[in-house]
Structure formats: C-alpha cells, structure tokens
Design a protein around this ligand. Sequence first.
Ligand SMILES: [Zn+2]
Length: 331
Amino acid sequence: MPTPALSSLREEREKNGAGARLRPPRLTRPKFVFIYVRSWLNFCVKIITDERCAGYSYPGHPERPLRILATLELLRHQTELPVEWAEPGRVSDAQILRAHSAEHLARLNEPEDFDADTPFYENIADFARASAAAALAALTAARNGESVFSLMRPPGHHATRDRAMGFCYLNNIAIAVLEAAATGAKRVAVFDFDVHHGNGTETILLNRPGVAFFSIHLYPFYPGTGSANAGNNCFNYPVEPGLPRQDYRATLARALDDLKKFRPDLVAVSAGFDAYVRDPLVQGVLVADDFYWLGQSLRALGVPMFSLLEGGYSRDLPELIFTYLKGVEEK
Ligand SMILES: [Zn+2]
C-alpha cells in the first residue's frame, strides 16, 4: 500500500506526463581557521563530478542521467565561466554513520526496491557513496575559499537516517554538514531551495546544536512534510501552489534574511532546480533569472559556501545550473 505522499508524487508525474566526548575536544581535535578570503587564484568555479554517476537509470523514472551529461557538456564548452574539474574522492563509513544508521547503510546492498520512487539499482550503494564523497570534497573546497558545486547523482535531501526515499539513498548534505560540525565549524546553515521539502535533512539535523536548516518548498506536495518549523533549528517556508513568482521569490528572500540572522560561518546549499516554471514534476513558478539571483544572494553572504545538486527534471536543467553558477560568480 503506497503512502499518501508517494502516491501524490505519482499523481504529479502522471498528470504531467513525466513517467509518472568526555575529553575536552579543543585540545585534541584538529583546528580549522575559517578565514574567508576568495583569493585572486579562485576566479573559477570548481565542479565536483564523475560521469559514472549517470550510470543508473530506470525506464520512465524522472531521474534521467542524460540531464547530468548534458550539463557536463554545456559547462565544458561554455567560455564565460572558468571551470576547474575535480573528482569526488571517498567517504568513510564513520562519516556516513553520523547521519545514517548502520542498518540503513547495509540495506543499500540488498537487491530490493526501497519504495515505488526509489528503486534498487545494481551498485546503488557505490553511486550513493560517490555522491556523498563529492559533498565532502565540496565542503573542503568551500573551506579553501573556492566556489564549488557538486554535480552528482543520486540526490540526497529526502533520505532520512533509516530510509531511502524520493530518489535519495544517502543524505549528502547532512553527511557534509555533520563532518563540518565534527571538524570545527561552529554555525552551519543549510539552505534548501529544492521545490520539495528536505524532510531527510530536517530529521537528521533536528535540534543539532550549531546547525540550522532553512527549506523553501511548495506545500502540500511530496513528501508532505514541512508545513511548519520543527524543533529549535529547522525553519520551513511552505509556499502555496499557485502563488505568483514574485511571492515565491519574496519567500526565498525572507528565508535568506532569517539565515543571515543565524550568522553562519558556513553555508551548505541543497540546490534543486525543480521550482522552475517548466519543470515537469510540480507547479513551479521560478525562471532562470531567479536562480541567478539565488546564486548571487548566497555568495553575498560572504562566508564559505558549497552547493549540491538535488532535484531538477526539466530539459533546461543544464542552463539553470549554469545560470546559478554565473550568479555565484557574478558573471
Ligand atoms: Zn525536488
């Protein structure tokens, strides 16, 4: 029996034809000094990617690897934005287990679908680990003062501590944020502008000291959560379907203002491009310009920042990502 939330996603798809510590840590832990200087050398954006991340697919599923390959193609051949390419590296079990249960990590190897939206694929655990490793590499680059974007599949913000769901297997952003917190970051903000609520990130980061989560999303839509704030650090900005673009953008601006008041020393962005007006999954209203503005506004915060690709199912995804990156670089 599918849950109401999952059937609501299926309905959306069908409707739109998209296929439907006891020791004092200060003396013993490594210290990181967060001096944010964008050096003269960093006038380029680092893209962390691995083409092999597009190596899984399911007929009719909205996740289409071709969109990632098309984004790679566009970024390789454009001349406006200097790009430095990097590969994901590795993630340890210990790093994953800050965000997920050992049972969940083991479950990723069992050849059985997780739910109707989230199939089991051969080697999905390796795909998920590479995407989480890219998030960690993005964190490192951000700490080095670089502009950085992780262009990987699978996405992560719906994956909870114990469950793969909504096309997500490991919660990449939560893994990176918990790594940041464990290695010296004092105030980390997550800004999630994917059109769907980042339910997994919220449940993993709920009430964690030094971490705040801000999610702007259409409600009620998949996964059916995010109607109100949660705990003492998760702030939700549900947008009613049908609200005009300027109101959606005003809500994004309000969330950004609240994020500023949190005074983060690091910003992690769940960059989903499915609030776009032509996205096939939901009734988004944003246009490409809005993603430029988002990139620009996030960079204007003036603290280290990294972005990870979450959703985005339109054919225009490559252009939207490129526009966002130009906003980050103010090009
Ligand atoms: Zn989404």
